[in-house]
Design a protein around this ligand. Structure first.
Ligand code: GLY
Ligand code: MN
Ligand code: MN
Length: 440
């Protein structure tokens, strides 16, 4: 693949223009208008929340700190960027536009929100305006036409080569930071200090990361979205689960690894078994394969590990059928990823809208679509020892299918998750995360 960002970006933009033309035709509009978004303030306070750019805007432009700007596209014309550069001596204001995207836009620099509106298409009724209602100016309030949004969001699942390169770069940052975090854990750091080591190695702070880091020692690994960051190391650190990503040009990576403090113990053997199973799941990321089936197959595979490690006494099929596997693996096997860590339109039935339901009994699966070339998905199986889910099992009719002594032995380690970001291609899948770790 040609990795020259300027060339990749040019064809990415051409594809976005093609999609925008098709979406506007479906909705019966002439112009696509996308605000970058505005800054929001805390109620009863003058503090602002971290600004988050409109994902529809950052699909076109790697401008992540540019509130008040607008993109306007009319098929057949060069896209226009109304670029906000406020006159403000309190804050750093955006510098003059620069980057490989600049020659592709007609750029107008404006200094006030009112001035920006002068440069948008006059006939507002002919505009599909995609954005959030809060802070929208009168006259250009977003209408978010469902036909336009559905088309664009459905197609956003299919990444351009430019987008895959941006995700590869995000992954390079994330894997480097994961290595630093593992070293900090092995040196006896607290969760908070591991988090700081991660951010320092990534050169990204919490606002730049695509989601809040999950840095979990011991039992904290059993809290799926544990984000507390303990300030003191525990007396005995047994295990470490880290789910942490990084960003590049607005694109995310999402990576999880689990380690035992003692590389030779049974928990590490269980981690290694999940890791092997996870790699087999990654290999299922093939064009034409139903992601729902990938999730159901993951249950069977994890139930086999539970049986092999003596945690479950019944067959893997019985463990899945009776819901026992769901007590140990209570989330979805993954999701789409790209501009958002949980990419939109995971359930989209078609470019016209509609939804593909989750399989019965699997309420947390975030992706039900059939895989196709260009999709990027996470594959993140896990096994956890979660009291809230184990207690009803222990008290219920399935109690005999489980060896509770074995459960108690693994309980102090919390849980395991292994998560990679995988590109579906016309042939073998491309695992961005394994590639990143191999070069980190
Ligand atoms: N880091 C959130 C997730 O894995 O989905
Ligand atoms: Mn994920
Ligand atoms: Mn994750």
């Amino acid at each position: 693949m040609n990795a020259d960002p300027a060339i990749l970006y040019a064809s990415h933009l051409a594809e976005l223009q093609r999609r925008a033309g098709a979406a506007l035709a479906r909705g019966g509009f002439d112009h696509l208008v996308i605000p970058s978004g505005t800054v929001h303030y805390q109620w009863f306070d003058d503090r602002d929340y971290p600004y988050a750019v409109n994902p529809q805007f950052k699909a076109w432009l790697p401008l992540l700190r540019h509130p008040g700007s607008w993109l306007a596209y009319t098929p057949g014309a060069k896209p226009k960027l109304v670029y906000m550069q406020p006159r403000d001596y309190w804050h750093v204001v955006p510098e003059a536009p620069s980057g490989e995207w600049v020659p592709h836009f007609d750029i107008v620099i404006v200094h006030t929100p009112e001035e920006a509106l002068q440069h948008l298409p006059r006939d507002v009724a002919r505009c599909a305006i995609l954005g959030e209602p809060q802070g929208a100016p009168a006259g250009y309030a977003p209408n978010n036409p469902p036909a336009v949004v559905a088309y664009l969001e459905y197609h956003r699942a299919f990444k351009t080569p430019y987008e895959i390169e941006m995700m590869r770069r995000a992954t390079r940052v994330g894997t480097r930071a994961h290595r630093a975090a593992e070293a900090a854990f092995r040196a006896g750091a607290s969760e908070f200090d591991i988090h700081i080591a991660y951010c320092a190695a990534a050169r990204q702070d919490a606002c730049e990361l695509p989601y809040n880091n999950i840095i979990a020692i011991n039992r904290h690994g059993a809290v799926l979205h544990y984000m507390d960051l303990g300030r003191t190391p525990p007396p005995q650190a047994r295990s470490f689960l880290i789910d942490a990503g990084a960003s590049h040009a607005g694109y995310a990576c999402d990576i999880t690894r689990t380690y035992s403090a003692d590389r030779g113990d049974e928990f590490q053997a269980l981690v290694d078994a999940v890791d092997r199973a996870q790699q087999a799941m990654c290999d299922q990321v093939r064009a034409g394969f139903d992601y729902r089936q990938l999730h159901l197959d993951a249950h069977l595979s994890l139930a086999t590990i539970l049986r092999d490690f003596g945690l479950v006494r019944v067959s893997p099929e019985a463990a899945v059928a009776t819901g026992v596997s769901s007590a140990f693996f209570p989330h979805g096997v993954g999701h789409g990823i790209g501009l958002q860590v949980h990419e939109v339109a995971g359930f989209a039935a078609s470019e016209d809208g509609g939804a593909i339901a989750r399989p019965d009994g699997h309420p947390y699966l975030r992706l039900t679509r059939t895989l196709a070339s260009g999709m990027v998905v996470t594959i993140e199986p896990g096994l956890y020892f979660i009291d809230m889910l184990l207690e009803p099992l222990r008290a219920g009719p399935q109690a005999g299918s489980i060896d509770w002594k074995r459960v108690d032995a693994f309980h102090p380690f919390g849980g395991i998750r292994i998560e990679d970001d995988v590109v579906c291609t016309e042939a073998a899948p491309m695992n961005l995360t394994r590639e990143g770790f191999a070069n980190a």
